[in-house]
Design a protein around this ligand. Structure first.
Ligand code: UDP
Length: 323
């Protein structure tokens, strides 16, 4: 049986990856320090013989007994509200954490896939973003702790590939949504759905003309799975190219939730990218992958998930304040 270590296992993407690898017949070791992750995302796996959970912080030496075939490094705060609250941990998990996991991969002769992000493109001057674009990042801005950690992560991963011959894969993840996102993580999908369900007005930051392109989680997981088993070592964008302004997205949510909330405007956070859309030519060519689930279907599933939360969870929200 093949063994895979998934870091950030109790998080949004990590937990979906655990499910996928269990379903594919792997022995899965989930690792998380639970700073931003939540055990309820993987509770259903604890009873399984081929799932283990290690409560561990990957910025400390990582030990896994026995053989290991694959590592997927998904541990990191991933929303602006989180990395503003815990900037040092964000830098450490992308840098020290990645170094530890690359060392582990080398020791075990395991293939490692690391989760990078469209944030490496910063506030992009090229649109849509393809993998050859070097990015436009403010190193010392509020997003710098995340963006630069992820950029360093890509560099050190390529260095391990080049100098140690390690089998590495790099996925650049664009905005992704779906069940198990944290309602209060500040990202726009749970923020708008939460506001609509609580009967609050939807807060659009800036003039709402900034764009994002949202990918449903199942599509993303499929792309990552294909990338891991491909032979391609350079970064690959995975995301849904269907682009929308945040103001239009707010209107979509109001329609979807059949509420009559209003949209209110708040200041745009510092260095908030004005546009983002993946060029997925590479993923199509190399992985024969493209997203299958459109926003209407994906958002319906996501809304169902959030409707299933308790009243208490629904009201435990935090609002971002960048002013
Ligand atoms: N956003 C918004 N209202 C909110 C939360 C976010 O208008 O309550 C905007 C945010 O300023 C950004 C976009 O939605 O332009 C996506 O934000 P998110 O935090 O989800 O992701 P990221 O900025 O990292 O793409």
């Amino acid at each position: 049986m093949q063994k895979v270590l998934i870091t950030g296992a109790a998080g949004f993407l990590g937990s979906h990856l655990c499910d996928r690898f269990i379903n594919e017949g792997f022995h899965v070791i989930g690792m998380d320090n639970l700073i931003t992750g939540d055990l309820k995302n993987i509770e259903h796996l604890f009873k399984l013989e081929h799932f283990e959970f290690y409560h561990h912080d990957v910025t400390k030496f990582v030990h896994v007994p026995g053989k290991l075939d694959y590592i997927l490094h998904f541990a990191s705060p991933a929303s602006p509200i989180d990395y503003l609250k815990i900037p040092i941990q964000t830098l450490k998990v992308g840098s020290l954490g990645t170094h530890n996991l690359l060392g582990l991969a080398k020791e075990k002769k395991a293939r490692i896939l690391i989760a990078s992000t469209s944030e490496v493109y910063g506030d992009p001057l090229v649109h849509p973003q393809n993998e050859d674009y070097f990015g436009n990042v403010n190193t010392i801005g509020p997003r710098g702790v995340y963006d630069e950690a992820k950029r360093f992560q890509e560099s050190i991963t390529m260095a391990y590939h080049t100098y140690h011959g390690l089998e590495t894969r790099i996925v650049r993840i664009f905005n992704t949504y779906g069940p198990r996102m944290r309602l209060n993580d500040g990202r726009v999908v749970p923020a708008f759905i939460g506001q609509a369900l609580r009967g609050e007005d939807l807060t659009v930051f800036g003039d709402g003309l900034q764009t994002r392109s949202f990918c449903y989680v199942d599509d993303l997981i499929e792309g990552i799975y294909r990338l891991l088993f491909s032979e391609y070592v350079y970064p690959v964008n995975i995301g849904n190219p269907s682009e929308i302004t945040i103001a239009d997205f707010a209107e979509e949510i109001i329609k979807l939730t059949a509420t009559d909330q209003k949209v209110i405007y708040k200041p745009l956070p510092v260095n908030d990218p004005l546009q983002r859309q993946p060029d997925i030519t590479k993923a199509k060519e190399i992985l024969d992958w493209e997203p299958k689930i459109d926003r209407a279907e994906g958002m319906r599933n996501t809304l169902e998930y959030f409707k299933g939360l308790s009243k208490e969870e629904l009201h435990k929200s935090e609002h971002r304040d960048f002013s």
